[in-house]
Write a protein that binds this ligand. Structure first.
Ligand code: 0X9
Ligand code: ZN
Length: 413
């Protein structure tokens, strides 16, 4: 009897261990676009999203524009039936999310270049990104240096590459990957670092830029979360700090800009959880400390995905910042330059109007408190065809157009 109970508990423990170690599978999950035409239909969709706690990949930008949702297989039938009963239009964007995940990430493809060198044909895990940073220092020791802006809950360094041609100059800050699943963001930071290092002394435009500015590039602002998207759950958004019931804070809700305000959640299990207090998280504190340690930050860019938006403050209020017209003028210059490269269409404007209210975001805090006059949040490709699962053959064109937008913006200030 006792033996049998012991055997049972061993089996149970082993079973739980297997369950705990298995990566999340999105087999049979779909991404759908829902098109509410009236306020009532919008409300209905929101009720379904809240009731079933669906992962909302994008929010509608007004009536007639779509809301993208991740739909678990067990809810598909009921969800589609509810919509059809209300005559709400829906289209399937991704038929099987897991299939798409498996086309990218661990082991699917070999890199085309040596480890420790740039390769914009594949996504890289955190170890690879950090060895690329080390490789950049080794190859360009007079141009690149690295520093650690902070250490995560799980003990990983949050590294920054400083690119400088010599004596201190005003800084252009670019951070990437504060949301773990937005892989194209980190890939774009790597592309930008590659352009800066390979172009100095050979490309006139890059040489001029580095003779005028220093660049501080944080390619992975959320290393624990990013690592988790590689090994456990490709669609994880937050960091990995533990809280009651659930793990993770949305680091882009954790800055001290109307902390806890609109578009945030005080529920630890929510994807929009703002955390116990402003700057409670190592990742947001690292950005804060790094920016405050700099004498003169001319521009601050935070790269996200997806939606193709070039955004200015504020997210916590629909009020406009004092220099809104000037920030928007420069955003428009950037978007025109970006569009000229591959024809990708972007919209620009303040966060609260162009996407949604979101308090506690980095660009608002950097504008208000660090007094950086030009702060931009950029949502890179695409517009939901692949969403967060942007194929690797779009890394290079995304890098090219985004860099063109940033260069044009810098030259316009
Ligand atoms: O919700 C967010 O934090 C951003 N959208 S995302 O899909 N990438 O999560 C929008 C907030 C705007 N603020 C900044 N981008 N800084
Ligand atoms: Zn994001």
């Amino acid at each position: 009897m006792v033996r049998a109970a012991m055997r049972l508990s061993v089996v149970l423990v082993l079973g739980l261990a297997v369950l705990a170690s298995a990566a999340t599978s999105y087999h049979g999950y779909k991404v759908v676009s829902v098109w509410p035409k009236t306020h009532h239909e919008s409300w209905t969709v929101q009720q379904l999203v809240n009731g079933w706690e669906l992962d909302q990949w994008s929010s509608s930008r007004g009536l007639g524009s779509p809301v993208d949702l991740l739909l678990p297989p067990k809810l598909t039938k009921r969800f589609l039936a509810a919509l059809s009963q209300q005559h709400i239009h829906v289209t399937v964007k991704i038929n099987d999310v897991q299939q798409l995940i498996e086309q990218q990430g661990p082991g699917h493809k070999r890199r085309s270049t040596l480890p420790g060198t740039f390769d914009h044909t594949v996504y890289h895990n955190l170890g690879e990104i950090y060895s690329i940073l080390d490789g950049a220092v080794a190859a360009f020791p007079h141009l690149v240096s690295l520093y650690t802006a902070g250490t995560t809950y799980e003990g990983r360094d949050i590294r920054v590459a400083k690119v400088s041609s010599g004596e201190p100059k005003p800084v252009i800050w670019i951070d990437c990957g504060i949301h773990a699943r937005e892989w194209i963001s980190s890939a774009t930071c790597q592309y930008i670092l590659d352009q800066l290092t390979s172009g100095y002394g050979s490309d006139g435009q890059v040489t001029d830029l580095l003779d005028t500015y220093d660049f501080h590039i944080m390619p992975c602002a959320n290393p624990d979360g990013y690592n988790y998207t590689w090994n456990e759950d490709r669609l994880w958004r937050k960091n990995r700090s533990p809280h009651t019931l659930c793990k993770g804070v949305d680091c882009n809700r954790n800055f001290d800009s109307d902390f806890g305000g609109a578009g945030t959640s005080d529920i630890p299990c929510s994807d929009l959880y703002h955390g116990p207090s402003a700057f409670s998280e190592r990742e947001s504190a690292a950005v804060r400390d790094a920016v405050l340690a700099l004498d003169d930050v001319a521009m601050f860019y935070s790269l996200h995905s997806y939606a193709q938006l070039w955004m200015t403050p504020y997210g916590y209020t629909t009020d406009l910042p004092a220099n809104y017209d000037e920030q928007v003028r420069v955003a428009e210059v950037s978007v025109r330059a970006l569009e000229a490269v591959h024809g990708t269409q972007y919209q620009y404007g303040n966060i609260a109007d162009i996407i949604y209210m979101a308090a506690g975001g980095s660009i608002d805090w950097v504008y208000d408190t660090a007094k950086v006059p030009y702060t931009y949040g950029v949502e890179l490709r695409d517009q939901g065809e692949y969403g967060f699962l942007l194929p690797e053959d779009q890394i290079l064109p995304t890098g090219e157009e985004t860099w063109a937008g940033i260069v044009a913006g810098i030259n316009a200030i």
